[in-house]
Design a protein around this ligand. Structure first.
Ligand SMILES: [Cu+2]
Length: 136
């Protein structure tokens, strides 16, 4: 009798362990699905105050004005600052109104190569002679 009881208990225990493992799998799946859902939402949610920095080639104060003017011409750009010595353009932009690609295109259009978008030869040639930076 005790042997039968022992077998019986063993069966119950293994069933419980199996159920536990299934439970864990279900929980892990639920957590993953929730997490993936959140990250998908985070990707589609647009940032109204995205801080974006990129390298823009240029030489002087005149370049600075031209680059910043081009940046401000893009709808959604709130602040723009180009640093002459570091060549870094830093902007805050509203992703609901424009993309970083729009910004790069606008800056390249006035003749300045950005890290992402190169100016056409024609746009570069239109630069004032003192502004003709060395192209990489
Ligand atoms: Cu210049």
């Amino acid at each position: 009798m005790s042997k039968i009881n022992g077998n019986y208990n063993f069966k119950i225990k293994t069933t419980l362990i199996k159920n536990n493992k299934q439970m864990k799998n279900i929980i892990v799946t639920l957590v993953l699905v929730t997490f993936l859902g959140f990250s998908a939402q985070a990707q589609t949610k647009k940032n109204k105050n995205l801080k974006y920095t990129t390298a823009v080639n240029g030489n002087c104060e005149q370049c600075k004005k031209r680059i910043e003017k081009a940046a401000f011409s893009v709808p959604g750009v709130k602040t723009a600052n180009w640093d002459i010595s570091s060549h870094q353009l830093t902007v805050i932009l509203n992703e609901e109104k424009c993309s970083t690609a729009d910004l790069n295109k606008a800056v390249a259009k006035v003749g300045h190569d950005t890290k992402e978008v190169k100016a056409t030869k024609e746009d570069y040639d239109n630069l004032h002679s003192c502004c003709k930076y060395e192209r990489e």
